[in-house]
Design a protein around this ligand. Structure first.
Ligand SMILES: [Zn+2]
Length: 299
């Protein structure tokens, strides 16, 4: 069975990835302008406003991307599935309500937009953490200079990092300005590599996460389209695709035949966990089959 053509899908994934990567560098540039030595609450407020407006822009772009790209993925898969259904002699049913296709697209597009919006909200939270760390660093640097009293701080994580750098600076007799630089480098290093987006306790960078969401939700839309078109064509059986290099998670499903309705006596109902994608970057899909087409292919 041919695989789903993936070129337009890849282009759409790269598009949203580039949008997020560009926003990441704009946010990094804003944060990089702030130094612990000359940190001031007003500057932090201005930075927060600027970052919030970038995130608001990302929100709008993500919602637009989801609406257009989920539709593209769905329609592409619908076309491929139609060719396969007609190849096995299936005929469209007049009873099928065509509105179901656009409902399926809308539902999946809304879910995709939700993933992006939730991730975007964590970008603001991360920037806030970073700014708190700078405020703390500023206070500690004053202490470092004057050995004055220390104020309590909110983010334990950031406080630990700053304290560790300060302790190293003290041990190595680094001047306050140098310690400020070291703090900034450490904070930037962490932000840049991994932790802009935080989902379920895991950290991701903007580009990688947006691409993961894009790929996953478009694959989901493709499976939706296959299932809906099988319904339109009254075709109950689907086969899990077989690849040269199956992913470990999919090995158990490869080549398996399932009933979409669960009403075929000889086949198990397709379990939700066997709907591609079953894991990040899964390239499997469902292909329509019938008892006749299976007899031909095994003959
Ligand atoms: Zn897979």
């Amino acid at each position: 069975m041919p695989r789903l053509p993936s070129i337009p899908i890849e282009r759409l994934i790269q598009e949203i990835g580039a949008t997020y990567a560009e926003s990441a560098s704009r946010i990094m540039a804003i944060l990089r302008e702030l130094h612990p030595e000359n940190y001031h609450p007003t500057a932090a407020t201005v930075a927060t406003h600027r970052i919030r407006s970038i995130v608001r822009g990302l929100d709008a772009e993500a919602v637009n991307w989801a609406a257009a790209s989920i539709k593209t993925a769905y329609i592409e898969s619908k076309g491929v599935t139609r060719v396969k259904l007609e190849a096995i002699g299936a005929k469209p049913s007049r009873k099928y309500d065509q509105a179901r296709h656009s409902q399926a697209i809308d539902k999946r597009a809304r879910a995709a937009a939700r993933y992006f919006l939730d991730a975007n909200a964590t970008i603001l939270a991360t920037a806030g953490k970073y700014l708190s760390a700078l405020a703390h660093a500023r206070e500690k640097l004053d202490v470092y200079r004057e050995e004055a009293a220390i104020e309590a701080f909110t983010s334990a994580e950031a406080r630990k990092l700053v304290d560790a750098v300060i302790a190293r600076g003290a041990a190595e007799h680094v001047p306050a300005q140098g310690v400020g630089r070291m703090i900034l480098d450490r904070l930037m290093g962490i932000l840049g590599e991994t932790s802009f987006i935080e989902i379920n306790g895991r950290n991701y960078n903007l580009k990688a996460y947006s691409e993961l969401v894009a790929r996953t939700t478009m694959r989901e839309a493709q499976t939706d389209a296959t299932k809906e078109l099988c319904r339109e064509y009254d075709n109950d059986l689907v086969q899990y695709s077989q690849h040269d290099s199956p992913c470990a998670e999919c090995a158990q499903y490869e080549g398996e035949i399932y009933s979409l309705s669960g009403e075929s006596p000889d086949y198990d109902e397709l379990p939700p966990e066997a709907e591609p994608p079953t894991h990040p970057n899964c390239e499997h899909n469902l292909n329509p089959v019938s008892e006749n087409s299976l007899r031909w292919s095994s003959a």
